[in-house]
Design a protein around this ligand. Structure first.
Ligand SMILES: Nc1ncnc2c1ncn2[C@@H]1O[C@H](COP(=O)(O)OP(=O)(O)OP(=O)(O)O)[C@@H](O)[C@H]1O
Ligand SMILES: [Mg+2]
Length: 327
């Protein structure tokens, strides 16, 4: 039984056109013109308990809108959402008790209160039993090293500190699902790595199902087992990261150290994309020519000292998918 099932989910926003001038002033007397934005458009997916899924897409693709519907903040225009047997926007209270939410762009904590006071408030709001609260607070304070700033007002925290507090706040009540909308936005490399490590641990040790949106594909590659890509409101990929590379990453790169500086490099079916002294970078389409054919050609004409073959980076593959779309 999936923990989350989304069927034919759509969210369409009506945006009214602003009118100016004489006719604009009369607009209350005529039907107002509007555009429909299909932020989420017939989306289907399901998640099994314990999965850790990356939900990615370009700006405006529909990620946050999906998360908002899953958490019950937004009511879908059409379609069905089943989260642990609940319909989030209908059973908002019960759903909220069983999920944790982090929006990287803004804190869920009380700005002027010391961090610990926010946690205490959440304890009351979620009616967390004292034992569990103490246990969890201790666990997260230790793991995320919160102790030095537990009595600091949230507004004085650095972004990295605040994110660690937001993660704790989202998990104090032991939710079964954790939704994260850009949890690493604005963080430095070290802080990002801490968040990733933390999410892996929470997922593995506490069996929390995690869905996260991000623009940092390192998050996905280092944390997620599965990737869902949304583009203009539609899912264009749902599967493993290796499978994505397999399916769309057809370009291979060979990096070759030549024994000497040949003046002219000529090879069929291969692009010479860079040259630096005796080192050359060759790109080829693995559907057109195999690596061994390229190497055979090379060794027949040039003396080679060393060579490495590299897979395309996920960044490169996803960029191509965003640009060209996948149909
Ligand atoms: N309340 C709203 N009213 C009208 N349009 C909206 C509203 N919320 C979102 N949209 C539009 O819906 C589309 C999807 O927005 P959404 O915030 O879900 O994108 P996103 O994938 O989260 O993008 P980003 O990566 O920039 O956060 C965008 O075109 C956005 O302008
Ligand atoms: Mg967003």
């Amino acid at each position: 039984m999936p923990i989350i099932t989304v069927e034919h989910l759509s969210k369409h926003f009506k945006v009214y056109r602003r009118r100016t001038g004489f006719w604009g002033n009369l607009s209350s007397t005529v039907a107002r013109q509007h555009d429909i934005i299909r932020a989420v458009d017939d989306v289907n997916f399901s998640l099994e308990r314990g999965e850790l899924v990356g939900y990615i897409g370009a700006n405006g693709a529909g990620k946050s809108t999906t998360i908002k519907m899953l958490t019950g903040i937004l009511v879908p225009t059409s379609g069905h959402i089943d989260v642990m047997g609940l319909t989030p926007y209908r059973h908002r209270k019960e759903n909220t008790r069983r999920i944790g939410v982090v929006f990287g762009q803004r804190t869920q904590l009380w700005w002027d209160l010391p961090v610990i006071d926010s946690f205490e408030l959440l304890k009351h709001i979620y009616e967390i039993p004292q034992n569990l609260y103490k246990q969890n607070l201790e666990f997260f304070s230790e793991l995320l090293q919160l102790r030095p700033f537990l009595s600091t007002p949230v507004r004085r925290l650095s972004l990295g500190q605040r994110m660690r507090c937001d993660l704790t706040a989202a998990l104090l009540h032991d939710p079964e699902i954790l939704y994260l909308d850009e949890p690493t936005i604005g963080l430095d490399v070290v802080a990002k790595e801490q968040v990733r490590q933390f999410l892996r641990q929470v997922n593995a040790e506490r069996q929390v199902t995690v869905i996260l949106t991000t623009h940092d594909l390192n998050d996905v590659e280092k944390v997620c087992q599965r990737l869902i890509i949304i583009d203009s409101g539609k899912i264009i990929y749902d599967g493993g990261i290796d499978a994505l590379k397999e399916r769309y990453g057809k370009t291979r790169m060979l990096i070759i150290d030549l024994a000497q500086g040949y003046s002219d490099i000529q090879l069929e079916g291969v692009d010479l994309i860079r040259r630096d002294g005796n080192r050359i970078w060759l790109a080829f389409d693995r559907d057109t020519i195999s690596a061994s054919e390229v190497i055979t050609q090379l060794t027949a004409r040039y003396e080679i000292q060393d060579l490495t073959i590299s897979e395309p980076e996920i960044e490169e593959i996803v960029r191509r998918i965003y640009e060209l779309g996948v149909h």
